[in-house]
Design a protein around this ligand. Sequence first.
Ligand SMILES: NC(=O)c1ccc[n+]([C@@H]2O[C@H](COP(=O)([O-])OP(=O)(O)OC[C@H]3O[C@@H](n4cnc5c(N)ncnc54)[C@H](OP(=O)(O)O)[C@@H]3O)[C@@H](O)[C@H]2O)c1
Length: 243
Amino acid sequence: MYLLILGANSDVAQAVARKFAAEEKANLYLASRDMEILHKRAQDITLRYEVQAVPLHFDAMDYASHAEFYASLNPKPDGVVVAFGYLGDQQEAQSDFQEARKIIETNYLGAVSILEVVAADFEKRGHGFIIGISSAAGERGRQSNYVYGSAKGALTVYLSGLRNRLHKKNITVITILPGFIHTKMIEHLTTPALLSSTPDNVAQDIHKAFIKKKNILYTGWYWRWIMLVIRMIPEPIFKMLNL
Ligand SMILES: NC(=O)c1ccc[n+]([C@@H]2O[C@H](COP(=O)([O-])OP(=O)(O)OC[C@H]3O[C@@H](n4cnc5c(N)ncnc54)[C@H](OP(=O)(O)O)[C@@H]3O)[C@@H](O)[C@H]2O)c1
């Protein structure tokens, strides 16, 4: 199996790379922006798991490069994981549109741009799977992170439509909805210990979802129920909460 991981320097992506290398003997295309870190990680995975791990430069916001980037892959991947993401700063996004735009472009537009290229190829070959890492934050807008949340919400809806389209061609599209994960993305935040996962636990859940060909995965599992409750709170009450 050849697996393309986009945003491969993410802590979750690294754990997913290790999991698929260990369990599936997957050869990896590790694509991200910081090539220095990527080279080191690719070498480490190759040595540890005796699979190929190829570091590649990929920028989710450089839309014009996406078709050429994908065309350069030989052999073509059997599966793609979209892991890149940018939490950004909600306060800054409220006063500086450039920050809002970066959040929306990284988490949503970048994914649409590359996944349309991937989907066309998978559709033509009648083969492939797509794992998109969205967020539980996309399930309902909250004052503390609604720009990020709205971009992830758009990504979740996009993945749902893509799944609907590609199902007929036997292509699995899995939407991952994590809650808090201990990674560099949220290291500046204090999150409730009981509700926070590790990248390795999330990678394990993602691998299980891949085996079971799930449509939607909440990770940790309790986020499914937390978000159910959060979605059910009536708007007149929800707007008064400090979330
Ligand atoms: N951590 C959480 O609590 C949490 C919760 C819910 C959902 N998520 C989502 O889960 C995914 C993985 O998160 P994480 O916590 O593992 O992230 P992370 O460790 O903060 O890493 C994010 C990675 O995204 C890459 N990236 C950012 N902008 C990019 C761009 N324009 N092009 C290509 N790569 C880009 C960066 O790669 P370079 O270093 O190469 O620039 C960075 O290493 C993200 O989509 C995130 O939104 C995370």
